[in-house]
Ligand binder design. Structure first.
Ligand SMILES: Nc1ncnc2c1ncn2[C@@H]1O[C@H](COP(=O)(O)OP(=O)(O)OP(=O)(O)O)[C@@H](O)[C@H]1O
Ligand SMILES: [Mg+2]
Length: 345
């Protein structure tokens, strides 16, 4: 049995099994048949070269799709995301991560608003036996058979709660969460999820999904760049520019630090307003946790706008992995315990 955590986010797909992890942009594209394939493939490192054949289609996945596919697909619509993207992204990641033919048990998540509606669909898309053909950069092909015999789907921000609560063996870690009522804000690329963990129990009141993801700030930056330079920039191409504070368009470097600052400040203010409304009755929260890749970016802007004890999870680690780490630890906790109990009896 292999336990694997997978977080299929609008921005990035993240997968963890033990100490191995992998993360790539949630972009898929049609794999190319081009004559200069050797040259462009040589420029890619093995990690970022990702080609899989699945259900009769050949896909590039992640950064190679962004750079090379002429038809690229990404979406910001949840229904379409689950219907068209979740399976190829998850199976491509699993094909890299799975170790041999052992049956696989998966923990994954959905935004809170879609949990009830899409839980069954997600289970169905991932469960069962899947055959993929993976091509590496040297064009050698490898058939991978994935035998997925169990899929658990939990509210996405609870991944971060389990990540703190459990250790790598699925046992107890941060015992404060066992006693406290904690608000969790998970800021992702497209969505922000709010939830409450009351002594680790999920509280429906005070839990919601909003569209206040980092993409909202990126949209504002892209619109202003469009006004200035007349280019339509796909949002997922802005990560590096925002990180470096500048973007090169038609050979000219444009400083976007102020633009980014304003966009993040305004997004943080919108999120703080939503929280004030949603958690108006939750004045007894012991603390608030900020998580998700967008959480790491927005925490400095949010901290001064929120009341009470605020903790950004992740420290120096990559906060995009907070949820998926918890998915995997939760899986270890659930299934290792079950198999230990059944071998005892
Ligand atoms: N090293 C990094 N590279 C790229 N983005 C980063 C990095 N560190 C933090 N980020 C931020 O992380 C965000 C993505 O976070 P995360 O992976 O949690 O989102 P997601 O789960 O894919 O999206 P959603 O929850 O909306 O489905 C990006 O929008 C970016 O602002
Ligand atoms: Mg997310």
């Amino acid at each position: 049995m292999q336990v694997i955590g997978i977080d299929i986010g609008f921005g990035f797909t993240k997968i963890i099994s033990g100490s191995n992890y992998l993360m790539f942009k949630s972009v898929i594209g049609d794999a190319l048949e081009v004559q200069f394939k050797d040259q462009f493939v040589a420029a890619q490192d093995q990690e970022s070269f990702f080609q899989v054949d699945l259900n009769g289609r050949s896909y590039f996945v992640g950064s190679i799709a962004e750079q090379q596919s002429s038809t690229r697909h990404y979406t910001m619509d949840q229904e379409r995301f689950v219907a068209k993207f979740a399976q190829p992204l998850a199976l491509a990641a699993l094909a890299r991560m799975a170790n041999g033919a052992d049956p696989i048990k998966i923990v994954t998540g959905l935004p809170i608003r879609y949990l009830q509606k899409q839980k069954k669909i997600m289970r169905k898309l991932l469960s069962g036996r899947h055959t993929l053909l993976c091509t590496d950069q040297n064009e050698s092909e490898r058939e991978v058979i994935l035998d997925i015999d169990d899929v658990r789907v939990i509210p996405q921000p609870f991944g971060s709660v389990f990540g703190l609560l459990l250790n790598d063996h699925g046992g107890g870690a941060d015992t404060r969460l066992l006693k406290q009522k904690v608000g969790v804000i998970d800021i992702g690329f497209c969505t922000t999820d709010y939830t409450i963990s009351d002594r680790t129990r999920y509280i429906e009141r005070g839990s919601a999904t909003s569209e206040m993801g980092i993409a909202k700030a990126f949209r504002r930056i892209a619109d202003e760049l469009n006004d200035k330079c007349r280019v339509d920039i796909e949002l997922f191409r802005l990560y590096e520019a925002v990180h470096h504070g500048s973007i090169r368009i038609f050979g000219k470097s444009i400083d976007i630090t102020e633009l980014t600052n304003n966009a993040f400040q305004s997004l943080a203010a919108d999120i703080a307003n939503e929280i004030q409304e949603l958690w108006a009755d939750e004045w007894d929260l012991d603390s608030v946790l900020i998580t998700g890749g967008g959480g790491a970016v927005l925490a400095p802007y949010l901290e001064s706008l929120l009341a009470g004890e605020i903790n950004a999870i992740g420290g120096n680690d990559d906060a995009r992995l907070n949820n998926v780490l918890g998915y995997w630890r939760y899986g270890k906790n659930q299934w290792d315990r079950t198999s230990a109990n059944s071998s005892d009896s």
